[in-house]
Design a protein around this ligand. Structure first.
Ligand code: NAI
Length: 303
């Protein structure tokens, strides 16, 4: 198999001072990319800050013969996000790859969740991803090349007790990616999502030690790096990776039922057809919202 390389590619990885982000950065650097290692360096709940985490990963990359510069800004701050991308432009002249990976957790059951827990988690995950994309996208458009990979979570895709804030933020990122897919297509900008499963400080308290060992963060990195590569002609995809498992998840829509709008459509017609309405047998995923609308109209003779 031909080696997948990133020579002359400039990559920004947010939250790359540890956990999954560090693994993504190390693999990209190992294959020739030059890196901006962003990390705020705080605690898992988003408090505190420090430069050590980003510096250490930069040093690791340099020790292995690669090139990397650190950045300590918060993605949750628009100016910070702009500065993260500016760090790439100042050091290397462009940005080809953006991995939106920075994240925090503030888990609580929905009833007990304080609005501050919601605001902070939305700020880092959803706003942080939006801001970094906003700062990087024009550079990618001007260079007619871009690869964006943003971290979502099974907690958002399928739900997880105590993570209402986090799940909402993560699925916001999926929606954002679906739009960046549309708007980036003509500029060769591919935007995709990773749903990782990995033993990191984020999962250390919820995964038993034997599972933590199986879900090595380095197993996620090849999927993310592939989606960051020239090989990746997919956009709007959500990849899943963990413990040696690699897959794709997607919104699927069942074929549904069609009632004629020429007759009154009653509540009882919905009730009587609920099995067909909810069936996913023969389900499809649509390329964009217009294609979905076309399916909804497909039983009508519109001339
Ligand atoms: P981690 O806590 O080891 O890494 C997150 C990094 O982001 C930390 O180094 C932290 O300092 C940095 N960070 C936090 N807030 C920041 C901010 N405002 N600006 C810049 N950097 C900031 O956690 P892990 O597990 O490596 O998570 C990475 C991403 O993957 C996160 O987005 C997380 O939600 C996502 N994820 C992880 C899963 C897992 O199984 N570990 C599962 C699903 C999603």
């Amino acid at each position: 198999m031909a080696e997948v390389r990133f020579d002359d590619r400039i990559a920004v990885v947010t939250g790359a001072g540890g956990g999954l982000g560090r693994e993504y950065a190390l693999l990209l650097a190992n294959r020739g990319a030059k890196l901006v290692i962003n990390d705020l360096g705080g605690a898992m709940d988003g408090t505190g800050a420090g430069t050590t985490a980003a510096e250490k990963v930069c040093q690791e990359i340099k020790d292995a013969g690669g090139e990397a510069v650190p950045n300590y800004d918060s993605v949750a701050d628009l100016e910070g996000a702009q500065n993260i991308i500016k760090t790439a432009i100042d050091a290397f002249g462009k940005v080809d790859i953006l991995v939106n990976n920075a994240g925090i957790l503030r888990d609580k059951s929905f009833v007990k969740m304080e609005m501050e827990d919601y605001d902070k988690v939305i700020a880092v995950h959803l706003n942080g991803t939006f801001y970094c994309c906003k700062a990087a996208f024009p550079h990618m458009r001007d260079n007619a090349y871009g690869r964006i990979v943003s971290a979502a979570s099974g907690a958002g895709v399928y739900g997880n007790f105590g993570q209402a804030n986090y799940a909402a933020a993560k699925m916001g990122i999926v929606g954002l990616t679906h739009v960046l897919k549309q708007e980036g297509a003509k500029y060769n900008i591919m935007a995709n999502v990773i749903v990782p499963i990995a033993g990191t400080r984020m999962t250390a308290t919820v995964m038993p030690p034997n599972l933590l060992e199986l879900f090595k963060p380095e197993f996620v990195a090849p999927m993310v790096a592939w989606a960051c590569s020239e090989k990746c002609a997919f956009s709007g995809y959500t990849f899943v990776a963990g413990a040696g498992y690699y897959s794709r998840t997607a919104f699927m829509e069942g074929p549904g039922v069609f009632f004629s709008p020429d007759e009154p459509i009653t509540l009882e017609m919905v009730d009587g057809n609920i099995d067909k309405i909810t069936s996913l047998e023969g389900a499809a995923t649509y390329d964009n919202a217009t294609a979905q609308t076309a399916h909804a109209l497909s039983h009508l003779n519109l001339g």
